[in-house]
Design a protein around this ligand. Structure first.
Ligand code: PRX
Length: 655
């Protein structure tokens, strides 16, 4: 099926699920008043949401907006860590569980109450400030497994007003190096190793490799001892410190820095359409307002909930909905170190049963994997504690939605399909689950406070029932404030296309009820298992391999991952085309970027289709790989290439 046919099928998706009465009766929002409030007075609405936080000084002005730069809660002073911890430990939440951590090895469990977390965060804040001389505004790179120390470290960084840059543990040394250099980080915090799917990941070794032989300004590397058995790692006495030793020497209280609302809180690198990842900048007051508000209303968070977001903290979902959103709301969060299939395929359902998880937030790619594994795994466990389900990361196909609804939610739990991005900081399009009826496959309508539209190429809204480009028309508190060190690229990427509308890079359709149906990226970004990979990044990793002369990378639909990466490469004269070569290129790409960029298929060809001006026509390669009718080839320098390529590709597929 073509994308258009799929879309037609989706739009004809007639099923509608209104909020269950019992859910709506006690929901944090069960009528349209939030929508009305936001509609009537946008700034007053956001001011009201910001008032839910603690401010050392109230803002003078809600918003200052000069396209494309926004400032929120101008003149206000606050601190993200203070909001997540200090204000809770002063009251009845002091001894409530903040983090329930489950290790990948069964029976490994740690519980940190708000007070425990507060104490540990204060100690590490002292380590940063007084042992490692980290000052306000300094960058700290974090490359850690999913262990409580990761949350402790990130909160400690924002406590003292420093800026974290967290790198997902699946990234390679080369990717760490690029990010450390771009952010000019002073300190790196890592662990000796991590566990994933029964395997050990060599985190410290990757950091050593990343920092070797370059001019990174890193003065200190802090290493958490995470492995249960001694792991053979090298410690450089001049640069490296064990976390537990530093913590032993730490004092117990470091006041939270009074941050300006617009001060930087973190950078998070994400793939774009060029080879270089972008350091997305998030600030303090606006970001926290966005994540606090969305956690409370989209997840309908209540004091007694047990909230589990299965993302890794290395991605924005983990930043916003494991750490900052839930903790600023005083929630109990489940944090799981490992993979869903270890030691058995019912691991997630076991965790839900064990801790009585009530809100569960995961990705469509995971749901499709569970579908393939079969119903018998969730059936083994008691899932009756669940009351709300969520998805994020890519469009969910209605079949996976229905499976999730029936087998996990037992037709009782509303599902919130949440559309947002690293750049948006928090959820933008999603239903309020006590108010908005949901349709399988649609993220429904924008949350109160967001002005989202689907427009044509000139920026005019499309009619209902039509498709176009997804844009955001008004600034919002948790929006990115720029790309670190590159203001021009910020304008080019998000604003240049329409001038005064934020361009998301996504295509969408809008149905007759004004519901949004996301269609995926319209730029050169591939969404693999809910993670963004830039085609340029993969192409440069391919051509970096000595035998490769040119490469063109595209995404193809994939049953589990949503999309998978295919590379068409030409090799240099004299190089032999062999299976070994294909494997070596594949390994090279993993070594350059990380295992998330693993290629599904490498197709070696003598030539790539190009326009007369020499531009590679990826669109035609997409047609070939997807078995579509080949589009317009009149601009090609040599149209014969496409036909030959198609025949060879199809015969290889048939084998
Ligand atoms: O294409 C959209 C897709 O993921 C992109 C953002 O990726 P990232 O910055 O890595 O953040 C992922 C988690 C927030 C978007 O441009 N996307 C995210 N959520 C959805 C989605 N596509 C459809 N439906 C969603 N719910």
């Amino acid at each position: 099926m073509t994308t258009d046919e799929k879309m037609e099928a989706l739009l004809n998706e007639g099923r509608v699920f209104p909020p269950p009465d019992r859910f709506a009766a006690t929901a944090n929002a069960n009528n349209k008043s939030l929508y009305e409030m936001a509609e009537n007075d946008y700034e007053a609405f956001w001011a009201k949401q910001a008032e839910e936080l603690h401010w050392f000084r109230r803002w003078d002005k809600v918003l200052e907006w000069t396209v494309p730069f926004s400032k929120w809660f101008v003149g206000g002073k606050t601190n993200i860590c203070y909001n997540c911890l200090d204000r809770h430990v002063k009251g009845p939440l002091r001894n409530k569980a903040a983090i329930i951590w489950e290790g990948e090895a069964p029976e490994q469990q740690r519980v940190l109450t708000y007070w425990d977390l507060y104490r540990e965060v204060n100690k590490f804040a002292d380590v940063l400030k007084n042992q490692l001389n980290v000052e306000k505004g300094d960058r700290v790179t974090i490359y850690m497994p999913m262990i409580p120390e990761l949350v402790i470290v990130m909160l400690a960084v924002v406590r003292i007003g420093a800026v974290h840059s967290i790198i997902f543990g699946g990234f390679s040394p080369e990717s760490i190096k690029d990010r450390v250099l771009d952010s000019q980080s002073k300190v790196v915090v890592t662990a000796d190793g991590g566990y994933r799917n029964g395997q050990v990941i060599q985190l410290k070794r990757n950091v050593d490799e990343a920092l070797a032989g370059n001019d990174a300004p890193v003065t200190d590397v802090v290493v958490v001892r995470n492995m249960q058995y001694h792991m053979d790692i090298e410690i450089d006495d001049k640069r490296d410190t064990w976390y537990h030793r530093a913590m032993r020497k730490a004092n117990h209280f470091i006041p939270a820095e009074e941050m300006d609302s617009e001060d930087l809180s973190f950078l998070l690198y994400t793939s774009g359409t060029t080879g270089k990842p972008k350091g997305i900048m998030h600030t303090t007051g606006g970001y926290l307002t966005g994540v606090h508000y969305s956690t409370k209303y989209v997840f309908d968070l209540k004091p007694e909930d047990v909230f589990w977001c299965t993302a890794d903290i290395g991605w924005i979902t983990g930043h916003s909905y494991i750490t900052y959103g839930p903790l600023s709301n005083g929630a109990t969060v489940v944090m799981y170190e490992g993979s869903p299939g270890y030691p058995d395929k019912d691991r997630f359902w076991h965790i839900i049963e064990k801790y009585g998880v009530s809100i569960f937030y995961t990705a469509p790619t995971a749901i499709r994997t569970f579908m393939r594994w079969g119903e018998k795994y969730p059936q083994r466990r008691n899932l009756s504690s669940l009351r709300l389900l969520g998805t994020v990361g890519e469009p969910i196909n209605p079949e996976a939605w229905m499976w999730y609804y029936k087998n996990i939610g037992h037709e009782r739990c509303p599902i919130v399909d949440t559309w947002w991005q690293t750049e948006t900081g928090s959820i933008i399009v999603a239903p309020l689950p006590g108010v908005i009826p949901v349709k399988p496959g649609s993220a429904t309508i924008p949350l109160p406070g967001y002005d989202v539209a689907v427009v044509d190429k000139d920026g005019h809204p499309v009619k209902r029932g039509e498709g176009g480009l997804l844009v955001i028309r008004k600034p919002w508190p948790s929006m990115l404030r720029g790309i670190y060190g590159d203001p021009d690229r910020y304008y080019e990427t998000y604003w240049k296309k329409f001038g005064n509308l934020y361009f998301t890079g996504d295509g969408a359709k809008i149905d007759r009820d004004s519901y949004l149906w996301l269609l995926g990226r319209v730029d050169d970004v591939i969404n693999v298992s809910g993670h963004r990979i830039g085609t340029m990044e993969v192409e440069s990793a391919c051509v970096d391999f000595p035998a490769v002369s040119e490469a063109a990378v595209i995404g193809i639909p994939h049953e589990i991952k949503g999309q998978a990466i295919v590379a068409f490469v030409t090799i240099k004269d004299g190089e032999a085309h062999s299976l070994d070569l294909i494997q070596e290129i594949e390994e090279h790409v993993v070594a350059k970027i990380g295992s998330i960029a693993r290629l599904e298929k490498i197709f070696i060809t003598a030539e790539l289709p190009k326009t007369r001006s020499g531009k590679i026509m990826r669109r035609l390669l997409r047609d070939i790989a997807n078995g579509n009718v080949i589009g317009d080839t009149t601009t090609l320098a040599d149209p014969v290439i496409v036909e030959q390529l198609k025949q060879r590709y199809e015969s290889e597929e048939g084998n």
